[in-house]
Structure formats: structure tokens, C-alpha cells
Design a protein. Sequence first.
Length: 364
Amino acid sequence: MTETLRCAIVGTGAIAHSHIRAIAAYPHAELVAVTDLSRASADAFAATYGAPAVYDDLEALLAAEHPDVVHICTPPGAHTAQTLAAFAAGAHVVVEKPPAPSLDELEQMTDAAAAAGRQLAVVFQQRTGTAPAHVKRLLDSGALGRPLVAQCQTLWYRDAAYFAVPWRGKWETEGGGTTLGHAIHQLDLLAFLLGHWTRVEGRLWRLDRETQTEDVSTATVVFEGGVVAQVVSSTLSPRETSTIRIDTEKATITVDHLYGHGHENWRITPAPHVDAAEAATWEISGPEERSDHVYLLRDVFDALRSGAPLPPTAEAPARSIELVAAIYASADADGAVVTPADLAAHPTHRKSFASTVIDLRPAR
């Protein structure tokens, strides 16, 4: 077991603060180095968090520091090259979502991890927390009966200035729009709870923002076992919410939150025919852990130090990005059904998510 994990952060923007908070909370990890395209940003970040070494680029950092773990907190277009460089240097990688701007690039990353004998952990922190773990146990055990229908809503608000950032809203540099950049969190949580999908029908819409990509998407997703889910994703919604609802034979499960959830955000409502004593056994109780980078990275670090497999909260990096890819591929085919087999050999959407967007903006 490694004594202390020496961590480096690539990209010192907003999300990097969540990573250093998790590193600082773990007793056997330390931040040793940072790098960013902006030296001023990296210097300011380092000054705030214990003055780790600052490097002008990742290559110099890897050569000088030989970190155990590289945390990649950069825009999606940079993830693949940075991940491959970190594996080549012998480091494990923790990468922010989305892990890659295409399925082929994600496959390069997972292949490189296997070849190097290193781990690739993707940050989908909505999976974490004691409440989703409890709900997943109930669903997997059959205690709530067969899941039947679901809704997944990511209704967020991003103004025009958000999309004015040069790399945003472009297929080449961001990889996709609200489906990939925002809704992927809730889609990941939905798939974590329900398992593998079997078919997708999707559409992409541009209703207001100046962007190449979509600012709204809609989809119908069918999961194994016959669960039908309706998905709506938006960056145009002033009253923001993130919601999942799953109706089973015995109950309705709901989680309503925005960017993170705890026990108070979850509710299990029994069907009228369910006995109160049985429903009482479903209660979410006990010590609480919320959805958070701290708990996700704690479990990842534990696995890295012991050589164990990654925890369920950090495994299966392709599951949710494949679901997103299927929505894009369907939209690009006028809403046609896309299956996992279709996606595995797709002629375009393994390489890029660039897709047809229906533009309904008024003439300008």
C-alpha cells in the first residue's frame, strides 16, 4: 500500500477547487504540482493551496515530479492527450466529465490505462452518497418491484456570456452541447440506478443561444428489463433543477436537487397497495454522505493505495458517454432508433458527436 499519493492537477479553473478540497480531506494524499495554460492562474491557485510546484506545461511537470495521480480538470478537447501522457509517465488518472469528446478517444484512454497497468477514474460525483447507494440496493434486490417508467430532467440556465467563452459551444473543442456537458451527470446517475440501455431515440434543438451545438435535447431511452425513460436537457431554464423519477411496481423514487444531493433530496413513495410496515423498511436513514468529490476521491484513493478495483462510483467510464453518444447519433439520423450494437460499429459517432441540430430561433 502506497504511503502517500502524490497528486498533480492539470487545469486550475473552477472545478480544480473541488479536487484540491478532496485531496486535502484525504489523510494519505498531497498536492505536489499544478499546471495551466495561464501561468497566472496556476500561480494564484498554488498560492491559495500550500504553494505546490508550478509548471508551464504537463510534460515538464511529469518529468520533474513523477506524480502518482494526475487530476485532469481541463476542457474536454484536451483530455485524451493529457491522459495518455500521464499514463506514459506511470501515473493514475482522475479525469473530469466528460472524459473524452468521442468514444474512440475514450477507448484510447482505457486501452492506455490497461497497457500501463494504471487506473482511469472518471468524476461522476452524482453517483456518490449514501442515498443513491441505498436506492440502488433496493432496486437491485427487487424490493421495490420491477422498474417501469422514468423521467430524467437537467434543466439548467447558462446565459449568453457562458457560451461566449471561445472553447464552449463548438463540436471541435467542447465535444457537444448541453447533453454532453451538463445532462451527462443526471444520465449517469439514471444509468447507475437502472443499468444498461437497449435503445435510444433523440433530438437536438437550438432555441436561443449562439452556439454550434444544442442548448436543448430530448430523448426516449429504454433500459434492460423494459424501463422507458423520458429525458429533457436544457441550458435555458431560469428555475434550475436536476430531477430523476423512477416508478416501479411498488413505489415512486424521486431525487430533486441542483448540483448535489443528500438524504433530504430523495423520496420513496409507496404505492397504495403496499403495507406500511414494508414501506418503512425502505427508509433512507443512518449516517449521511452527500454526493461530492470528497467521497468519490476518497474511495478512488483507497483503491489506488491498496491495488483494489475502482469502486462502483468510479468504474464503467463508457456507460454514460455511450448513452450520450446514442442520443447524438439518433438526432443525426432524424430521431431513428440507435442500439448498443449500432453504436459499437457506428460510422461517424464513435469519432465525433457533431450532429444535426434543429434550429428554431427566430430570424435574426
